[in-house]
Design a protein around this ligand. Sequence first.
Ligand code: NAD
Length: 241
Amino acid sequence: MPHRFEGKVAIVTGGARGQGERIVRTLAREGCSVVIGDVLDDLAKTVADDLGDSVVHTHLDVTSPEDWAVTVALATSAFGGLDVLVNNAAIYRKQLLEDETVADLDKVLAVNLRGPFLGIQSVAPAMRARGGGSIVNVSSLAGTTSYAGHGSYSMSKWALRGLTRTAAIELEPSKIRVNAVLPGNLRTDMSPTTGSPEAPTGLKRQADPQETANVVVFLASDDASFVNGTDIVADGGSLLG
Ligand SMILES: NC(=O)c1ccc[n+]([C@@H]2O[C@H](COP(=O)([O-])OP(=O)(O)OC[C@H]3O[C@@H](n4cnc5c(N)ncnc54)[C@H](O)[C@@H]3O)[C@@H](O)[C@H]2O)c1
């Protein structure tokens, strides 16, 4: 196993379970120190305890600027700086447009869009102090197409791609790359068809979240040093029809 992240420090939001947990474990295996930021404190603690001293967790509600300040300060005090941010946390609510309340819409946009926005704002100074960094935003296939019942979620994931491009342009002078991953259907707690072999993807199966975590970790690494301001679709070819 290569140690692409030796000496590096990452924050992974939503790292307590699902794809985020796989990202945390993969980064840690490759030598990275990691701060897990999640609202599921007990699960986050279990993952951190399992991985030893190089992984810590903190209560991060990504919608809260105060929580972001604490999380970035923890990365710096525990590990000496910050090189990588993975904006992975999100929520999904299946709701037809005509049934969706403004409160539900606002909640989804707050977590899925304001969260990554605050994350980028919060980590930029610490990354600049290190001479650069890499930010990976987890969008979705619903960020390049959509499905019935995906109104607020799809809005948030399309907009996250716009935020990715703006951030890439503005942070390029500071040598901070910003990219997005658009996963297809994953076998996690979020997915409404968890474990279903009938999941409608090109490979006729849901992805194991490790398969998309690997793409996120690639973009976070120096192997992607010439990749900036773009997206990688990881959907098993489902867009091919
Ligand atoms: N599951 C899928 O089929 C699928 C498909 C495409 C994209 N994605 C994206 O992949 C990412 C990971 O999703 P997953 O499938 O692992 O889902 P998941 O629900 O298992 O994990 C999401 C994590 O985010 C955390 N979270 C939720 N709200 C938060 C908040 N306010 N602050 C901090 N953390 C919060 C949760 O506690 C959880 O640990 C998400 O961005 C999701 O939109 C998932």
